[in-house]
Design a protein around this ligand. Structure first.
Ligand code: PGA
Length: 228
């Protein structure tokens, strides 16, 4: 099966015009296989695309939650995937495993496919962190529903560090084996993935990649998609 490549645009690009531009450039290459594009929430309705993903959602479907966007709203726009528990949400917006668990359940109930991000920070015990995140985040979710979840293992110390720390394939493989003992579904890798190093992670068994920085450069992202 073709690897799943997921573009996480994070809080980029700065304008609607730039977002449309970027999308138009990458969409032709994206049609070659299953390539998910996750723009900021505000841009989602601009794109009519079969593999559209959101970067976050709330755990309630509606109500007095100013500033939030619900899974049902995403579904009604034609969104298929939703990233949940990204390390930037955990760190800057203080999302806890309990909140992430509620978001996962709400996304599944709405018929979205969640991309659950897990991974340790620098200096942390990777096995312990991943173990705790998996048990907290997936708590109470049935085996059948777990099959709809994609796990993105992203060592936080390797995110957006193309010129800095690299997660070597051997380490990534060790973590993949650890996660596999606890989760049966699809597992992808994220953390400074580009067209040069993506193969390292696919070769050790990851079924795709979550791409941040490199997904904002159309040529580089197309190269990634075409290389797999
Ligand atoms: P990066 O981001 O590719 O820029 O490291 C990946 C992510 O945070 O999902």
């Amino acid at each position: 099966m073709k690897p799943l490549i997921i573009a996480n645009w994070k809080c980029n690009p700065k304008t609607k015009k730039e977002a449309i531009n970027l999308f138009n450039k990458v969409k032709s290459a994206s049609r070659r296989n299953k390539t998910v594009i996750c723009p900021p929430l505000i841009y989602l309705s601009l794109f009519n695309y079969a593999f559209l993903g959101a970067q976050n959602c709330h755990w309630q479907n509606s109500g007095a939650y100013t500033g939030e966007v619900s899974p049902t709203m995403l579904k009604s726009l034609g969104v298929v995937y939703v990233i949940i528990g990204h390390s930037e949400r955990r760190n800057y917006f203080k999302e806890t495993d309990e909140m992430i668990n509620k978001k996962l359940k709400a996304a599944l109930n709405a018929g979205l496919m969640p991309i659950l991000c897990i991974g340790e920070k620098k200096g942390e015990d990777a096995n312990l962190v991943v173990e705790n995140q998996l048990s907290g985040d997936l708590n109470g979710i049935s085996e059948k529903d777990r099959d709809k979840i994609i796990i993105a293992y992203e060592p936080v110390w390797a995110i957006s560090t193309s010129d800095g720390e690299i997660c070597y394939a051997e380490y990534a493989k060790k973590m993949l084996d650890f996660i596999k003992q606890r989760f049966n579904g699809k597992i992808i890798y994220g953390g400074s993935v580009d067209s040069k190093i993506i193969k390292n992670y696919l070769e050790v068994g990851y079924q795709g990649a979550l791409v941040g920085g490199a997904s904002l450069k159309a040529d580089e992202f197309i190269k990634i998609v075409k290389s797999v």
